[in-house]
Design a binder for this molecule. Structure first.
Ligand SMILES: [Zn+2]
Length: 432
């Protein structure tokens, strides 16, 4: 076995997560394919991991000995297949199976006690949020959602144009050391809606997809305890689902006119803060309001916490308010922890969405097809999780760099792996 990082990662994937077996279990509905679903899956997984960027950039790799070795093609093979074949295979890949690949790695990490310590108050937190990786001006598939935008023509005339895009709700485990992609659910256009097939011609909303997602997430990962989300989720039906799943919620309550925030504001205004935490860079005033029961569509108490953050170095600058609704088992969190959790929600936007599009090319449309996009994302997220586990659990010296510039650290690691792959072209090297 070579000594480079890529060899280490491949060995880690094999020993700890049975990656070759899991890839081998993938299937699709092609008849007698010359390139198996497992090889297709492996090629796409390593395309994501090595940030190859597009199928055009992948094409020459598919006849490179080193890449063929990496994905486990038969010895002596000259070429895997064309990228068109990859694309066609993705369109008919079994989606449950490819989701199971990603889920299986996380479940294995859980069995290896990776998440045992939890995050704040030793609980495990899942953040939910909407994600829109790309937009185009032409409709390409049945899964496209559409929005109308006003565009200024060269003549100065304003015209309305259609924009097509896909939207997902993403579930991410957020933690102290690293964040793990858990599951995703597509926000469906009205043609594909499964629930309530009525004359209603509207597309699904993010909340509908999120509820479907949360049920499946809890069923898959029973050890998750608290849902963290933004203001869209601060409503009775969603919090009721959280309670039904025996979870807790920490959600931002932004709508000033809505209960339970309106009632909490009235009480907060009459009292001094419950606690004040002074630090060099910020002062936090906390108000606690543990038993609000004003939400008619939610049967139970809600703890309302307000965190007001000011910068002592800039006394004139406006303060930032974080009104938070807390339910279920999350209610045991002290107010300062509630604020820390809700402020940790940026992980899903930063280490998730921002990195995926700026560093991982997940916003590039490799192939525009309803099923293929989902299959591709499951493979890419498997790559993302594998690299995350490798970085923080295996190559521990890299893990300590977090907090400085983790993006640069990961980029350096991926560059090292690409160099390793180039060296694999050496015929003396034994893939082991
Ligand atoms: Zn589409």
């Amino acid at each position: 076995m070579g000594a480079g990082r890529l060899s280490q990662l491949v060995a880690y994937g094999r020993k700890v997560y049975d990656l070759p077996e899991r890839l081998g279990a993938l299937s699709d509905s092609r008849r007698h394919p010359r390139t198996s679903a497992g090889l297709v899956g492996g090629s796409v997984l390593y395309t994501g991991l090595l940030r190859i960027g597009s199928f055009n950039a992948l094409e020459p790799r598919l006849s490179e000995k080193s890449f063929l070795r990496l994905v486990g093609a038969a010895q002596g093979a000259d070429k895997l297949c064309s990228v068109d074949t990859l694309s066609r295979a993705l369109r008919v890949m079994d989606l449950d199976g490819v989701r199971q690949l990603c889920v299986g790695l996380v479940a294995q990490a859980e069995r290896n006690k990776v998440f045992r310590e939890g995050w704040h108050w030793a609980m495990n937190y899942v953040a939910l949020d909407g994600w829109e990786p790309f937009e185009s001006s032409k409709r390409h598939c049945e899964g496209c959602l559409v929005r109308h935008v006003k565009v200024k023509k060269r003549s100065g005339e304003l015209v309305e144009e259609e924009r097509y895009y896909h939207r997902f709700v993403v579930a991410m485990l957020i933690g102290n050391r690293f964040d793990v992609m858990l599951d995703l659910e597509q926000v469906l256009p009205h043609e594909l809606r499964v629930e309530g097939q009525t004359a209603d011609q509207t597309d699904e909303g993010e909340l509908t997809a999120a509820k479907r997602l949360l049920r499946r997430v809890k069923q898959t990962y029973g050890w998750l305890e608290v849902v963290v989300a933004d203001g869209l989720y601060a409503n009775g039906p969603f919090l009721s689902l959280v309670a039904q799943l025996r979870m807790g919620a920490v959600v931002i309550a932004r709508k000033e006119t809505d209960e339970p925030l309106r009632e909490a504001r009235r009480l907060w205004q009459m009292q001094p803060p419950t606690q004040v935490i002074g630090q060099d860079h910020e002062t936090i005033q906390l108000w606690d309001c543990p038993g609000v029961e004003t939400l008619s569509s939610y049967d139970g108490p809600i703890r309302m916490v307000l965190g007001r953050v000011t910068d002592p170095r800039k006394p004139e600058a406006p303060s930032r308010d974080w009104p938070v609704a807390v339910t279920g088992r999350a209610m045991r969190l002290p107010p300062a922890k509630v604020l820390a959790v809700v402020r940790g929600r940026w992980h899903i936007e930063n280490t998730g969405f921002h990195q995926w599009t700026s560093q991982w090319d997940f916003g590039h449309v490799f192939t525009h097809h309803q099923q293929a996009i989902l299959a591709l994302y499951w493979l890419f997220f498997t790559a993302y999780n594998l690299l995350t586990f490798f970085l923080y659990l295996q190559v521990k010296s890299y893990g300590r760099d977090r907090g400085r510039d983790v993006t640069r650290t990961i980029r350096r690691l991926v560059e090292e792996m690409r160099d390793d792959l180039a060296r694999w072209g050496n015929p003396v090297w034994d893939p082991g």
